[in-house]
Design a protein around this ligand. Structure first.
Ligand SMILES: CC(C)(COP(=O)(O)OP(=O)(O)OC[C@H]1O[C@@H](n2cnc3c(N)ncnc32)[C@H](O)[C@@H]1OP(=O)(O)O)[C@@H](O)C(=O)NCCC(=O)NCCS
Length: 262
């Protein structure tokens, strides 16, 4: 249980620049409280104590403004930001690492029992006020724009906006190298990678790609110098995660004489 709480907190701290510290997250994130109460309600629901489970869900709604039916299935590290007005129906299924903003409804279009609510894949983002209705699937890493109304299947990595929801974009990007480079440079990976919401962030992502290509070229050059036995004082070269690199020390290092090639 503590393991799950730890990863909930870590996920919020990684995704929300407003999250200042663990205490802040534990006490002031109603979406997190709703998630914990839902876990309890869901377990009790599966044990067959439906009224008790519904009552916990009602208490949670009163406390947090988030209404999650105890029958809904929610994966790990789900982040319900701000919380107020979120409604998640009984047969909704939510994958891992999903982000849901305030005012989102995962609802039904029919009044019959059975699967009638959406299934969200891993890494999906549902913007504020969006309504995702019916037994449809939103593919992994898809984004639903704020205030969109979605009633049809959304493919993996697509962005859907408007009413009715229309697909405006489909990403097929390997984020792993960018994550590595962003980490090396102490970048805020949230703004640059996980929530790429505007063209500035996309330009930054391209810069990270470019920097990584340059780093690979420099490493190849070092390899060639090493092969040829040229001493270029490698141990003293600044690295990209060297905290003490500043332009003065970098200049000094560049000015140091390099040994002649044999
Ligand atoms: C949809 C969203 C995820 C952006 O995804 P993206 O794949 O990066 O898409 P872009 O920003 O490149 O936008 C693509 C197009 O959709 C339009 N668009 C983006 N979001 C839209 C929205 N919510 N409603 C209508 N159109 C939208 C853009 O204007 C753009 O149109 P264009 O191609 O004619 O210029 C983002 O706009 C969004 O809505 N995020 C939710 C954020 C949120 O709810 N925050 C709440 C914080 S409290």
């Amino acid at each position: 249980m503590f393991e799950r709480i730890r990863e909930d907190v870590a996920s919020i701290r990684a995704k929300d620049p407003a999250a200042r510290n663990t205490l802040d997250v534990l006490t002031n994130y109603q979406g997190l409280h709703a998630l914990w109460l839902h876990r309890l309600a869901h377990t009790i629901w599966l044990e067959g104590f439906k009224w008790v489970a519904r009552s916990i869900s009602t208490f949670s709604r009163w406390l947090t403004g988030v209404e999650i039916h105890p029958g809904a299935t929610i994966g790990r590290r789900c982040f319900i930001d701000h919380g107020m007005g979120v409604v998640i129906g009984e047969t909704a299924e939510i994958g891992d690492d999903v982000t849901i903003y305030q005012g989102v409804t995962l609802g039904s279009l029919i009044l019959k029992r059975g699967k009638r609510h959406p299934t969200l894949g891993n890494g999906v983002i549902v913007g504020a006020g969006a309504k995702v209705l019916g037994s449809l699937t939103v593919g992994d890493n898809a984004r639903v724009g704020s205030n969109a109304v979605v009633t049809e299947v959304v493919p993996e990595s697509a962005t859907v906006v408007g009413i009715p929801g229309r697909i405006v974009r489909k990403y097929v990007v390997d984020e792993a190298p960018r994550q590595t480079m962003a980490g090396t440079m102490n970048f805020d990976a949230h703004a640059v990678i996980s929530d790429r919401l505007d063209s500035t962030a996309q330009a930054t992502a391209s810069m990270l790609d470019h920097l990584q290509a340059m780093e690979r070229r420099i490493e190849s050059l070092c390899l060639i110098l090493r092969d040829k036995g040229i001493d270029f004082d490698e141990a003293n070269l600044p690295t990209s995660n060297d905290e003490n690199v500043d332009s003065a020390s970098a200049k000094q290092k560049c000015a140091e004489p390099v040994a002649e090639a044999p």
